[in-house]
Design a binder for this molecule. Structure first.
Ligand code: CP
Length: 306
């Protein structure tokens, strides 16, 4: 298969075949990460600019590492130290950086659709590194790769995503991707944090983890954004913990070989206790290492043949 896209903006508009092709390409880059010398010359002479308008640890470092592992030149843009503070628009900023002959933008922005705007206006590949509550495609690809690596399949797996579904770009991208590959996805959280029309995405909705966890192969916990309490969407964090935290007793309802996932950052003691986050069923750090390989694959597919 030829991957013919200019950009990676989301999982919603990818076909099943395209997702499988990215996952297949990831395999060879994952192998590079286990070598003593973790670098290939694939993108030598290309320049990638990381434009991050929101805080990030995993995605930002993972993209930078992926770019360096592929021998690309890397520029990291920090909005706080840029002429954006003098009133320059994002589009003008991007056009000025493009005039310096760079080859790709990786963009994280709090406003949904911002990567789509840059993709429409600029001739070089744009990679969405998270746009508001909309999509986080490379996180979902890392998660799906991790599940495939451990379970050897996606089709037919029962997967529960628990937490703040409404504000989660990770949930949205995973729902699109996992459903396209034939998994049965369930979401669970307080009614105030479950968006309408979930069933139309082919997803089952539960309001109690005791119901959602029954017989699942995978449980994916989502970060609770503490600011939601000020918006009146959560009565209190301690009540959330009582009802939704992943306890050992709740986890017993899942399959014995259940995998526990979390895209990070984890609020230990809120979404799940340290004992489970660091326990034998947790693949949280596998998600992180696979994230580098997925991002290498995406950069390779978008840039190497241009
Ligand atoms: N998973 C994720 O996007 O983490 P960061 O916000 O640290 O990049």
């Amino acid at each position: 298969m030829n991957f013919k896209r200019k950009d990676l903006l989301g999982i919603q508009d990818l076909s099943k075949e395209e997702i499988l092709f990215i996952l297949e390409t990831t395999k060879s880059f994952r192998e590079v990460l286990d070598r003593p010398i973790k670098k290939v010359p694939t993108l030598r002479g290309r320049t990638v600019v990381n434009l991050f308008f929101e805080v990030s640890t995993r995605t930002r470092m993972s993209f930078e590492l992926a770019e360096k592992r592929l021998s690309a030149d890397v520029l990291n843009f920090s909005s706080a130290n840029s002429s954006l503070v003098k009133g320059e628009t994002l589009l003008d900023t991007a056009k000025n950086i493009l005039a310096m002959k760079v080859d790709c933008f990786v963009l994280r922005h709090p406003v949904p659709g911002t990567p789509h705007l840059l993709a429409k206006k600029l001739p070089i590949p744009i990679i969405n590194a998270g746009d508001g509550a909309h999509e986080h495609p490379t996180q979902a690809l890392s998660d799906i790769y991790t599940i495939q690596e451990r379970k050897k399949r996606i089709e037919g797996l029962k997967i529960a995503i628990i937490g703040d579904i409404t504000h989660s770009r990770v949930a949205r991208s995973n729902i699109w991707g996992l459903s396209k590959l034939g998994a049965q996805v369930r979401v669970c959280g307080p009614p105030t944090l479950i968006p309408p029309l979930m069933e139309e995405m082919g997803v089952e909705v539960f309001y109690l983890p005791e119901d959602a966890l029954r017989g699942v192969d995978i449980v994916m916990m989502l970060r609770i954004q503490k600011e939601r309490q000020n918006e009146g969407l959560l009565p209190s964090i301690s009540e959330y913990i009582d009802f939704f935290s992943l306890t050992e007793d709740r986890l017993k309802l899942a399959r014995e070989d259940v995998l526990v996932m979390h895209p990070g950052p984890v609020n230990r003691g809120v979404e799940l206790p340290a004992r489970i986050a660091d326990g034998k069923r947790s693949v949280i750090l596998d998600q992180v290492v696979n994230g580098v390989a997925v991002r290498m694959a995406v950069l390779y597919l978008l840039l190497a043949k241009r």
